[in-house]
Ligand binder design. Structure first.
Ligand code: AMP
Length: 305
């Protein structure tokens, strides 16, 4: 079992009400890979610059993360800077320096082509398809995107969506993509574009899972202290895809468990800056919180007349 992820590996500069962090390890592929590696083997695809040394690489080492597909290119590593509002529910991008990411052409090592599941992290949609085409016969393809591509590469994005089974997207992006302010109608329209399974993330308010005629409402795990929500979406995706890969099943019940597992891992991510908490996390802590989560969302139905 293995999951392949393609996405950004970054230096992030972050400002949240809890403080500021300068040029720390981030990027969608980093968060995803660290999260998913608690469940399965991860084949990572991305690019870093020559300012990304052994110290940064060590975050991924000693884990179930294959780094053969992490390219080292001359130049600087992608840098993103973001600032959060006081309630942490919105953030402003201060700068995006693409650097080596600008000319990134993902080329998969031979050993990655047999990956069982695929996660196309937030990169330009035609690059997402390039990666998809290099994998032999993935059993499940998940995908993320953002408003940048919805606004500037819509036709390319639609071609990618036609080829993926699972789309993870936040609620404002879903509204934009569908051109409909109502999330339920937006979900129907997006599913008609290709992804049979749609997960709409609503930050601290949880996530909605749409499949065929069913909808599953998952709350987010209530946290008393949130330091930095950066990467919560990618950690959610890593927990979800990792859990699905470990389970080897894609039925509705497993998807619902996977959404709760994604929310569980994402909650840990928010407890500290950057990937810090994902580096120290223990399996026992994940299991304990998953079970606590299950008991929080459980209720006994009264016999209805
Ligand atoms: P999330 O908080 O889950 O949306 O993910 C945040 C991560 O996305 C940060 O670590 C950034 O480095 C990365 N990121 C931000 N903008 C972009 C972009 N345009 N392309 C790729 N990755 C990005």
């Amino acid at each position: 079992m293995s999951v392949l992820v393609v996405g950004s590996v970054a230096y992030d500069t972050l400002e949240t009400p809890a403080g500021r962090a300068e040029k720390i390890l981030g990027g969608s592929a980093s968060y995803f890979a660290l999260a998913a590696s608690y469940f399965t083997d991860v084949n990572m695809v991305g690019v870093v610059g020559d300012d990304f040394g052994p110290e940064q690489m060590s975050a991924f080492e000693g884990r179930r993360i294959n780094l053969e597909g992490l390219e080292h290119a001359p130049g600087k590593t992608f840098h993103w800077q973001g600032k959060y509002s006081t309630d942490l529910n919105s953030r402003e991008t201060i700068c995006t320096d693409l650097n080596v990411f600008e000319h990134f052409k993902p080329k998969l090592p031979e050993s990655y082509r047999k990956s069982d599941r695929l996660f196309l992290g937030n990169i330009e949609p035609s690059l997402q398809r390039d990666v998809l085409e290099q994998v032999d016969a993935p059993q499940l393809v998940g995908c993320d995107t953002m408003n940048l591509w919805i606004n500037h590469r819509l036709e390319e994005l639609k071609k990618t969506l036609a080829k993926v089974e699972v789309l993870l997207i936040n609620d404002s992006e879903a509204r934009e993509l569908a051109g409909d302010w109502n999330v339920i109608r937006a979900a129907r329209k997006i599913r008609a574009m290709g992804p049979k399974t749609l997960i709409i993330k609503k930050g601290e308010h949880g996530a909605l899972l749409f499949q065929e005629d069913s909808c599953f409402l998952a709350s987010a795990f209530p946290l008393e202290h949130v330091k930095d929500p950066t990467g919560a979406g990618d950690s959610f995706a890593g927990g979800l895809m990792g859990y699905l890969d470990q389970s080897g099943s894609h039925d509705e019940a497993t998807f619902r468990q996977a959404v709760i597992m994604g929310s569980t891992v994402a909650s840990f991510c928010c407890e500290d800056f950057g990937v810090e908490r994902l580096l120290t996390l223990k399996q026992d802590e994940i299991h304990e919180r998953f079970h606590e989560f299950a008991s929080m969302v459980h209720f006994d139905r009264l016999p209805l007349k």
